[in-house]
Design a binder for this molecule. Sequence first.
Ligand SMILES: NC(=O)c1ccc[n+]([C@@H]2O[C@H](COP(=O)([O-])OP(=O)(O)OC[C@H]3O[C@@H](n4cnc5c(N)ncnc54)[C@H](O)[C@@H]3O)[C@@H](O)[C@H]2O)c1
Length: 357
Amino acid sequence: MQSGKYILKILVTGGAGFIGSALIRELLKNTNYEVVNVDALRYAGNLNSLPFAENSKNYCFELCDICDEDQLKIIFKKYEPNVIFHLAAESHVDRSILSPKQFIETNIMGTFNLLNLSLDLWNSRKSESNYFFRFHHISTDEVFGDLGDSDLKFQESSLYRPSSPYAASKASSDHLVRSWGRTYGLPYILTNCSNNYGPYQFPEKLIPQTILNAINGLDIPVYGDGNQIRDWLYVDDHVQALLCAVFQAEQNQNYNIGGNNEIKNIDVVNQICKILDNEVKEKPQSISSFADLISYVTDRPGHDLKYAIDASKIHKELGWTPNENFETGIKKTVLWYLDNQVWWKQILQGTYQEEKK
Ligand SMILES: NC(=O)c1ccc[n+]([C@@H]2O[C@H](COP(=O)([O-])OP(=O)(O)OC[C@H]3O[C@@H](n4cnc5c(N)ncnc54)[C@H](O)[C@@H]3O)[C@@H](O)[C@H]2O)c1
């Protein structure tokens, strides 16, 4: 999309992470936008997830912590972006339970800094004809808490009832974004998405952890009885939803994004084991099926039982619908981890962290 006489400049925060890198790969592949990746390269940030970006003349990387207001100010002045996709966050629930402070700083204060700088930029340029600006905040369905068996799926109007420090910090940032829109007139888009899976996801999350533990012959941990239900969305489908929302929606709208794939955690794990049973000839430790490695562990405190998301608004208003169902998406994902061992071995062996220093 070209707006007026200029090519859009897109600033992505957290572009070295799982979803941010998928978004940047798509932007560099299929658009001529200028893309600036702002990332502090925390433990989940990995520039190897952007293998072709460095050779692209449309791409820049800025090593920056979004809590550092002064450095962010310089970046905003240098690039004057039209669109900010804000994905930088601390994103792992277990880590938020063990040490919540970083979640409060990055997810709340970092968002506050970005909102303030976005507002200054918007105010300085909004009188120009054809000027396009959106602050797109990427959030989670976890802000809604969990559902009982007979509850309706989460809707855009559902109450916020976050359970974990991670979800509470994301809920706070959602409230800040809405208030910057309502009080100061900042044009924003807010999306709340269900669990993503796909290539380049950091190995601590359920799906990559299951695949990699299985390949390496380690126990596959499953919390509690494994009956927690999550909705799963393939990451590239999320990326398409984000692009749809930012360029097609009216400003100051919020959309739920989901895959309509509500599955128990234990069934996700069993499905991965089945694919691996078919794909991997030599199994470790003389097991007959990868499912033999499943090990039930003490449940996470405050663990939400069920998430289910009603994504009918984005479908009806913007025509977005996911391309992958869980069966096709999970097969692609498992094959990707089997074919891209260098990427994850560097993480598991700690050599990527050393390279970053
Ligand atoms: N993964 C999911 O299933 C999911 C679902 C819905 C919403 N989300 C949201 O999407 C966003 C991205 O999630 P993800 O899974 O890609 O996360 P991720 O953990 O893979 O990536 C986060 C990125 O943010 C960077 N980062 C962290 N703190 C930073 C800071 N202070 N300054 C600058 N950069 C910093 C990290 O280096 C990393 O590159 C998050 O906001 C998350 O809440 C994720």
